[in-house]
Design a protein around this ligand. Structure first.
Ligand code: SF4
Length: 304
């Protein structure tokens, strides 16, 4: 479904269900302030299916994001995906990059009808990502899951948080996004709430330079780019052609949107319906990020 065709007076653009507060990671920016254990009052499987029935009442192809916490901290996630997909919902998932995110689970999610998998990458290297995510091994688990998604023809979205601690990682992350064959890079400018309140957002002038760079990147790359919570980026705003309540499309195709609380995941972001088919993704295997002479601005030392 074309997102711009949705009348949000009639139906929500996206429904985000935070299945659980549980997550094995301790990311510095976690809006949800995720905890190690599940909450006893989480919806049961039967209650969750009833919720999906309500979502279906909005119509076919209603976009649903299963988030958290880590949605895979529950053992009924695949069952819920299958239930929703069988009823015509567009089921997507934002699992955390943990050891439990195995290729077998990714394959099971694909078989159950998942329409898109969104994974977070906040560093271009193992060290940088794991430091931000608070768990050694998260980077490797994320890359492994991304490769499994590609093997299963499951469209992949990469989410990245932009703050003072991660901004210099963007060129290397851009390389990863391309090499992993992602269809969309969701770049989220930090909202200082939850655990993220202790982090530093980047200054507006610096954010604008990042936006300009992102606009160049989207022209050069095969993946799309969506930015969130970057209203101070005047130059990017002037490129918008078709403002809508949920977002807008710039002249170079970049989508911008304001974060709204009901659609925030643990990372504070939501997915959009797939706009590119799996066949539009590169088939190259993921390799360690390296600067490419064909990709301007990929130097990790770029001056923002
Ligand atoms: S941001 Fe996401 S992955 Fe990180 S601790 Fe919160 S819920 Fe877990």
């Amino acid at each position: 479904m074309n997102p711009s065709a949705i009348d949000t007076d009639e139906r929500p653009f996206v429904l985000v269900w935070e299945l659980t507060r549980a997550c094995a990671l301790t990311c510095k920016h976690c809006r949800a302030d995720a905890q190690p254990d599940r909450h006893p009052d989480e919806l049961t499987t039967a209650e969750g299916k009833a919720l999906l029935d309500e979502a279906r009442a909005f119509g076919e192809n209603q976009l649903v994001v299963l988030s958290g916490g880590d949605p895979l901290a529950r053992d009924d996630t695949v069952e819920l995906v299958e239930y929703g997909a069988d009823r015509g919902l567009l089921m997507t998932l934002t699992p955390s990059g943990t050891a439990s995110l195995t290729p077998d689970r990714v394959s099971a999610l694909a078989d159950a009808g998942t329409r898109r998998l969104a994974l977070s990458v906040d560093g271009g290297s193992r060290v940088a990502h794991d430091e931000f995510r608070g768990e050694p091994g998260s980077f490797d688990a994320t890359i492994r899951a991304a490769e499994a998604a590609r093997d299963a023809d499951l469209p992949l979205q990469i989410n990245t948080t932009v703050c003072a601690e991660t901004v210099d990682e963007l060129p290397a992350i851009r390389e990863l996004v391309a090499d992993l064959g992602a269809v969309l890079w969701s770049v989220f400018f930090l909202v200082p709430i939850g655990r993220g309140a202790v982090l530093d957002a980047i200054e507006p002038e610096r954010a604008e330079r990042v936006m300009e760079w992102l606009a160049e990147v989207e022209i050069d790359e095969r993946f799309g780019i969506k930015t969130t919570e970057a209203p101070h980026c005047g130059s990017a705003s002037r490129r918008r052609r078709h403002p809508t309540p949920g977002g807008s499309r710039s002249s170079n195709g970049m989508t911008t949107e304001r974060a709204t609380r009901p659609t925030l995941s643990g990372d504070g972001r939501a997915s959009r319906p797939a706009t590119a088919s799996p066949s539009s993704a590169t088939s190259a295997r993921c390799s360690p990020p390296v600067s490419s002479p064909n990709r301007p601005g990929t130097s990790a030392s770029r001056d923002w």
